[in-house]
Design a protein around this ligand. Structure first.
Ligand code: AMP
Ligand code: GLY
Length: 452
């Protein structure tokens, strides 16, 4: 089969890498791709939101199946367009993608179908929103309704901060139309986890839990980023909790969508806060997480493409009957190496050193995000190939280990081999998993002592 993957980040590199291992694949295209993806796929310079250009590519190259990475393409209806033209695609249609492209749509659906989430109010003018803030104690969470590249959420502690956020979104319109309406929701306390399932609306197949690290600095300090690292599994999601999430969140959401007449085929990603009152939804995404995918796919033994094909054909029940997915028991850690200045303005075009050496280490795989390849002719006419930085998040260094400790150790050993000018990364990816494990052991020990 010929496959097209749409996107250019670390998530898409992980998808292309995994799919390249499928026995069903003859050739992979990626649009637009990145320096690392070039190893497994032909990269074509078409923008992810250029649906017409992508359709033309699929026609010209006779591509059998397209996999969509980023949400913006889905929100603009690429799946509907491809299906209308008779092409197979993995990812929900425009209406279904509202689950991510409109936080208000998602909240109203959750409210209607009793999916646990923070209490909230919707506002379409700043004065009403401010008046509401005055009637309630903080902290509050203020969210722009539409897509804002992960920047549309403000967690605020004082009234002044809340008013500023409301003004930025609704008066200064920093997100344009995406901020015409906002949500003010209660602040939830707890630990976050990411739950991903693939569904065809009738059935779903769950992936192992994972945890993202959104803040730029260690100990969750500094501004939010696209994600500075991840690990899987996330010990905060115990087996019992996973079952509650499947029952109260995933099943109710999929069934709710069906009741609304929306057939959802693709990834359903729930960002969860594990609170003392149980798991609650922070957000839904309609695509794989980034960087969670980089920390989850290396644990998958089965053929991902078979799952995606079954999903788009509405045949997940049959897929599950024949064995579903097989996961290895290892832990996996992904550490993101970022450019100087990220998540603010950052520098590009820095040579990346040490990739080969790092990749040689045991159980290490490196997924590229903001990289490109530069080929130059040396004096002796030999071609020299260099990887250069080309984005804010540059690489995801991924390590597997028998437990989380080993995975962390291996990953950081590989990170230390890599260098580019201004490179920065978090040094504490996976620390929460270690703490959770320790407290779990302590609780077990206490219980044993109590019994004794
Ligand atoms: P979202 O895009 O809605 O997931 O929000 C981005 C980040 O903001 C989340 O990953 C959380 O860290 C934080 N956040 C969002 N909603 C809440 C909430 N109700 N309570 C506490 N933190 C939140
Ligand atoms: N890692 C968070 C996201 O993919 O939205």
């Amino acid at each position: 089969m010929k496959i097209l993957v749409i996107g250019s980040g670390g998530r898409e590199h992980a998808l292309v890498w995994k799919i390249s291992q499928s026995k069903l694949v003859d050739k992979i295209f990626c649009a637009p791709g990145n320096g690392g993806i070039l190893k497994h796929a032909e990269c074509i310079d078409i923008k992810t939101e250029d649906t017409d250009g992508l359709l033309e590519l699929v026609r010209k190259e006779r591509i059998d199946f397209t996999i969509v990475g980023p949400e913006a393409s889905l929100a603009q209806g690429i799946s509907d367009e491809f299906m209308k033209n008779g092409f197979k695609i993995f990812g929900p249609g425009k209406l279904a993608a509202s689950l991510e492209s409109s936080k208000i749509f998602a909240k109203e659906l959750m409210h209607k179908y009793s999916v646990p989430t923070a209490d909230f109010k919707i506002f379409d003018n700043p004065d009403d929103a401010k008046h509401y803030i005055e009637t309630k104690n903080g902290p509050w969470v203020i969210k722009a309704d539409g897509l804002a590249q992960g920047k549309g959420v403000f967690v605020v502690k004082t009234e002044e901060e809340a008013f500023n956020a409301i003004d930025l979104v609704m008066v200064n319109k920093i997100f344009g139309k995406a901020g015409e309406r906002i949500i003010v929701e209660d602040f939830l306390k707890g630990e976050e986890a990411s739950i991903v399932v693939v569904t065809d609306s009738r059935e779903f197949v769950a992936f192992p839990s994972s945890q993202d690290h959104k803040r730029v600095f260690d100990n969750d300090e500094g501004p939010n980023t696209g994600g500075m690292g991840a690990y899987s599994p996330a010990p905060v999601v115990t087996r019992e909790l996973f079952e509650v999430i499947e029952k109260d969140i995933i099943t109710r959401t999929i069934d709710g969508l069906v009741q609304e007449g929306i057939i959802y085929k693709g990834v359903l990603y729930a960002g969860i806060m594990v609170t003392q009152q149980g798991p609650k939804v922070l957000e839904f995404n309609v695509r794989f997480g980034d960087p969670e995918t980089q920390a989850v796919l290396p644990r998958l033994n089965s053929d991902l493409l078979e799952l995606m094909l079954a999903t788009s054909e509405g045949k997940l029940a049959k897929f599950k009957k024949f064995g579903s997915l097989n996961w290895n028991k290892k832990s996996c850690v992904c550490v993101v190496c970022a450019s100087k200045g990220y998540p603010g303005d950052y520098e590009k075009d820095k040579v990346i050193y040490g990739l080969e050496e790092a990749e040689k280490l045991e159980d290490i795989v490196i997924f590229h995000a903001g990289t490109k390849v530069q080929i130059s002719e040396e004096k002796d006419k030999k071609l020299d190939m260099k990887y250069m930085t080309n984005g804010g998040r540059v690489l995801g260094v991924v390590g597997l280990g028998e437990g989380i400790e080993e995975a962390i150790r291996r990953t950081y050993r590989a990170v230390e081999k890599i260098h580019f000018e201004g490179m920065h990364y978090r040094k504490d990816i996976g620390k929460k998993a270690l703490e959770n494990k320790k407290s779990h052991h302590k609780n077990c020990a206490t219980r044993i002592n109590e019994v004794a």
